[in-house]
Design a protein around this ligand. Structure first.
Ligand SMILES: [Zn+2]
Ligand SMILES: [Zn+2]
Length: 256
């Protein structure tokens, strides 16, 4: 699997970090992890083949994770690049994903589901297993962030695994869920003294890294408080493994 970071930031406007979105290339196709508002254009900026995108994963309904979904569907409805597309676009997310999209759609006469291709919304329960792409095994875990928020673990045909926490507070359950993952893509909203319980700060993220035995960790969803902090060096003081600081445009081969 190959990962491209589209947005390593949060809802707070930032000159170098746009909000949550990650492009995943697996053996069976492409998967977008969260679709923030900026993600719609970040995909194009990074050369991702957005017109052929196979599936979207929605982790929870905060707008820095789903704000681009309706605009993306508005774009694919009219774009020349998708006029000839016939294969379906799958949208996976927690219970309520379909209702959320319908609310967006009904806010005006958008016709978001009238596309040249089918749009299939599939709601996924916590602790469920599903197949987001052919040959890609997915599993979910409920996280302490919102009532619907889910972490996702995907394992490709060659056995490489990626765990994406999206936004979460601390729970040891995440370490078990990410056991020996090739890449543990964790939120780490704050460096220290986190002002809200339902996000992570560095010491908690490194505790989860240690407990999970993950091969490599990437920290993302970085608030501006991180500006000027050497994330990798601070992480190294707390956990001896490899921690990568997410940056917009960063590309990484998972499992290498
Ligand atoms: Zn967020
Ligand atoms: Zn959130």
């Amino acid at each position: 699997m190959r990962l491209t970071v589209l947005g390593s930031g949060t809802s707070v406007p930032h000159p170098r970090r746009s909000s949550s979105a990650y492009w995943v290339e697996a053996a069976g196709g492409t998967l977008l992890l969260d679709c923030s508002g900026p993600a719609v254009h970040r995909m194009a900026a990074e050369g991702c083949d957005w017109a052929a995108l196979d599936a979207v994963w929605v982790s929870h309904f905060h707008l820095d994770h789903v704000g681009g979904l309706a605009p993306f569907l508005f774009g694919t409805k009219y774009a020349p690049q998708t006029a000839g597309r016939r294969k379906p676009l799958f949208i996976y997310g927690p219970r309520g994903t379909g209702g959320l999209l319908r609310h967006f759609d009904e806010a005006y006469d958008y016709g978001l589901f009238e596309q040249p291709f089918p749009v299939e919304v599939r709601e996924v329960a916590p602790r469920a297993e599903f197949e987001p792409l052919p040959g890609l095994r997915g599993a979910t875990l409920s996280t302490p962030h919102t009532s619907e928020s889910l972490a996702l673990r995907v394992t490709d045909r060659d056995g490489t695994s990626l765990v994406y926490t999206s936004d979460t507070g601390f729970t040891e359950a995440l370490a078990g869920f990410a056991r020996a993952a090739d890449l543990f893509l964790m939120e780490c909203s704050f460096f220290r003294s986190k002002p809200v319980e339902l996000h992570l700060e560095l010491s908690e993220a490194m505790e989860l890294a240690r407990l999970s035995g993950a091969r490599r960790v990437m920290l993302s969803h970085l608030y501006p408080e991180w500006d000027g902090v050497d994330l990798a060096a601070e992480a190294k003081r707390l956990w001896d493994g490899e921690t990568v600081e997410a940056r917009d445009g960063l590309r990484l081969n998972i499992g290498e």
